[in-house]
Ligand binder design. Structure first.
Ligand SMILES: C[S@@+](CC[C@H](N)C(=O)[O-])C[C@H]1O[C@@H](n2cnc3c(N)ncnc32)[C@H](O)[C@@H]1O
Length: 396
């Protein structure tokens, strides 16, 4: 698999930053030939030269970002403009193709969910941020705007190389990029914000770096109390299995360990699986390969988990197809919504919560956003509180 061939001399850095500035300017016109090239469609060198000039193309060919055969240029990576940033990552391929390629541990997430997750981040100025499993660095780039310093970690060396490339491309200087198996490179360090777009995988055992399943989640959450500062916030994309003897709320208590009382959590469910042939096979096979304490598999759930270290031990849940609105409604809406949801949980529903979120938007977005808010606040429920009440009813 290709990698940008960069030596990281000052000359290289300057050339990358210059090509970033120029590409961003050209990409503001969606009909440009460069847009097509970066979507994976080969273009004539002459046409791209007309937009970028000779020197930038020569640099990008030298770095291995573009490939030239005859008079035709091909991009070895895809790129997306996200807000003020231009982000390169691997070309999109179906996972079954990647698995067969023999390079499956080196394939970098082609921003399947990073842009959506970025638009749900709570963006207040803070001192320190950690992007766990940074991939191409799409989330670290967003965090660099509101965290004074950011650490971006990954086990995949290609991911680290692409993250460094993207930082140079966008002239971002406050992100440190390190190889690390989960927290191993930052032992002893604490952060105000941690974001983890976790590798998914519904398998019982990890398959590769992008499909590590629930085991990585458990290992990661077990280390949270050592790395999240008091008042700090974790946002992560998760895929979890729920069992008849352990739902998400109970699992979280176990996974967060001794200090679980310190953490308030909120799960915004994106989708769930509780039917289909694959699900039923897992449901009936799991009890034979897992300890009996799990019980039967009830459902597999995917969504955004928000965990705040604020001394409030409450777990709440809601559901929303946020993949349909997070990008069109923008990062201010996502950030205000997540903050309002967290604030609504411990006490009563905040009367002005929806109004606060709507105020962050343009008037012509109010109808769409209003329906999103009605659904998401309507479904908000306190799971632990409900479970407690239920137990009390039995005791009485
Ligand atoms: C779903 S991708 C997310 C990539 C990127 N943050 C994004 O949003 O596009 C998960 C990332 O976690 C990384 N990863 C997997 N296991 C890891 C581990 N044990 N420690 C650190 N990173 C890991 C993978 O290499 C991959 O880049």
């Amino acid at each position: 698999m290709a990698l940008p061939a960069i030596t990281w001399t000052q000359e290289d850095r300057t050339a990358i930053a210059r090509s970033g500035r120029l590409m961003k300017a050209v990409l503001s016109d969606e009909t440009s030939r460069l847009t097509s090239l970066l979507l994976g469609k080969p273009q004539s060198r002459e046409a791209i030269e007309g937009e970028l000039g000779t020197a930038v193309i020569d640099d990008l060919v030298r770095f291995g970002v573009f490939e030239q055969s005859g008079a035709v240029l091909r991009a070895r990576f895809q790129a997306q403009s996200l807000g003020a940033h231009l982000v390169f990552s691997d070309l999109r391929q179906p996972m079954r193709v990647v698995r067969k390629s023999g390079d499956r541990d080196n394939y970098v997430d082609p921003m399947w969910e990073g842009p959506t997750l970025s638009n749900l981040l709570v963006r207040e100025p803070v001192e320190s941020g950690l992007d766990m499993g940074c991939g191409c660095g799409v989330i670290a780039l967003a965090m660099s705007g509101y965290c004074r310093r950011v650490v971006a970690l990954d086990v995949n060396p290609r991911a680290l190389m692409l993250t460094s490339f993207n930082m140079a491309l966008n002239d971002v200087g406050n992100v440190e990029v390190l190889p690390s198996d989960l927290f191993s490179a930052v032992e002893g360090a604490t952060f105000d914000r941690i974001v983890f777009n976790a590798p998914i995988g519904m398998e019982l055992k990890p398959r590769n770096a992008l499909e590590s399943g629930e085991q990585i989640l458990i290992r990661f959450l077990g280390g949270l109390d050592r790395h999240l500062k008091p008042g700090g916030l974790l946002q992560m994309n998760v895929c979890v299995k729920e069992w008849s003897k352990a739902n998400l709320a109970t699992n979280l208590r176990t996974w967060l360990g001794g200090s679980h009382q310190d953490f308030q959590s909120l799960f915004i469910e994106l989708w769930r699986v509780q039917s289909g042939l694959k699900f039923y096979i897992r449901r009936w096979v799991a009890p034979f390969v897992l300890p009996r304490r799990y019980g039967r598999l009830l459902r597999i759930r995917r969504g955004l988990l928000v965990v705040e270290r604020n001394g409030v031990a409450v777990h709440a849940e809601t559901a929303s197809t946020y993949d349909t609105w997070a990008v069109p409604l923008g990062p201010r809406f996502g950030a205000t919504l997540v903050q309002s949801l967290m604030a609504s949980v411990p006490g009563k529903q905040q009367a002005g919560a929806s109004a606060t979120v709507l105020n962050s938007l343009h008037a012509d977005q109010h109808t769409f956003a209003g329906s999103v808010l009605a659904t998401i606040f309507g479904k908000l429920q306190k799971v632990q509180a409900a479970a407690l009440l239920w137990q009390c009813a039995f005791i009485v």
